[in-house]
Design a protein around this ligand. Structure first.
Ligand SMILES: Cc1ncc(C[n+]2csc(CCOP(=O)(O)OP(=O)(O)O)c2C)c(N)n1
Length: 340
């Protein structure tokens, strides 16, 4: 059995205590950050929040399959938990949310649109599916340089698969047998548009066949199943086996962002029915049932995560805001003017 490069953890397909606790901590952290983001927005302290409640398992599992120092991640705006799982610090995440001077973009990027070249995390674009062609380009570079053992992760929602760029990226990746994994976080809604209004096929994964690409569907409420599916796809990509489309079926429990009210476009009955399947308590129950963790340990973990998030938000909120005189620094190559 080989060990993962990023974690040194066992590669086996049985869920063990060590990986279970890493996954659960990430899921709890993601939810705590989400909750805090919505609170901070309502308090008028941050401009907008993008919740990922319902995506915790997809992102914790994907993050565990990501090999730090080797792989490259092209995330999208809903990937709070994933970037944390890939090594992005909580401090830097809240620096982005509070738009502090110390933020990696100097407080200039929209919230959660982070970037960390040192961690292999490409900058997040708000333009739906733009990251897909960028990710295919990065995978093409790996291939041209014959850098085996590395893979690109490309994240997006099901709505993104209606964009031309997504199809171009899929086709190019398949034709060129690129080392890339396309991961669709299918939460059934693209703001107010249900999946059924975007495509007649219920499965995004079915689209891969049109490009001659491998695909798989996984329960996006099960972090270990996601980890196992993405790991197989990642290792296939990194060893020259070509791209895979992984569709993780999940749900978006909150509004798209703090700027919309989901009660205007979907029923409470639908949301409540999905809440019954909430991946966080479900995974907690599984760990207790399998004797991988006790209820007390889980409660302690939860308290620790909450305390960490509270302390971090207090500390980062107190950091300095950017100097308005630096507004255009780093925006244009030469001074403050776009054209000369
Ligand atoms: C090219 C483009 N078109 C439209 C938008 C507006 N927009 C922002 S998020 C979004 C929905 C995307 O839904 P999906 O890809 O399913 O991801 P989710 O937000 O549900 O995770 C849309 C239409 C955009 N940002 N870019």
């Amino acid at each position: 059995m080989s060990a993962r490069h990023n974690t040194g953890m066992d590669d086996s397909t049985e869920l063990d205590r060590e990986r279970a606790l890493v996954l659960l901590r990430n899921m709890l952290l993601q939810r705590a950050v989400d909750t805090r983001g919505f609170q901070l927005n309502r308090q008028g302290k941050i401009a907008i929040a993008m919740g990922s409640e319902g995506h915790e398992a997809v992102q914790a599992g994907t993050g565990m399959a990501f090999e730090r120092g080797r792989d490259i991640l092209y995330p999208y705006y809903r990937n709070t938990g994933l970037i944390l799982a890939c090594g992005f610090s909580l401090d830097d995440l809240f620096r982005s949310q509070f738009a502090r001077k110390s933020d990696r973009t100097g407080g200039k990027s929209i919230i959660n649109h982070v970037t960390a070249k040192d961690l292999g995390i490409a900058s997040i674009s708000s333009i739906i599916a733009a990251q897909c062609t960028h990710a295919a380009g990065a995978a093409y570079a790996l291939k041209l340089r014959r850098e085996s053992g590395r893979a690109v992760f490309c994240q997006f929602g099901e709505g993104a698969t209606s964009e031309g760029e997504w199809h171009e990226a899929m086709n190019f990746a398949a034709v060129s047998a690129l080392p890339i994994v396309f991961i669709c976080e299918n939460n059934r809604w693209a703001i107010s548009t249900p999946q059924s209004k975007q495509m007649a096929n219920p499965d995004v994964a079915a689209r891969a066949a049109g490009y001659g690409m491998a695909s798989t569907i996984v329960d996006g409420f099960d972090p270990f199943a996601v980890y196992a599916a993405v790991r197989v796809a990642r290792d296939r990509a990194a060893s020259g086996g070509g791209p895979t489309l992984v569709e993780a079926k999940c749900y978006r429990f909150l509004s798209h962002t703090t700027d919309d009210d989901d009660r205007t476009y979907r029923t409470r009955e639908e949301v409540d029915a999905q809440r019954e399947l909430d991946p966080v308590p479900r995974f907690e129950r599984r760990l207790v049932d399998a004797a991988l963790a006790s209820a007390d340990e889980i409660a302690a973990l939860r308290a620790d995560v909450t305390a960490t998030v509270n302390a971090t938000t207090d500390r980062i909120e107190a950091e300095a805001a950017p100097d308005p005189a630096e507004l255009y620094d780093g925006v244009y190559a030469d001074g403050h003017e776009a054209w000369r």
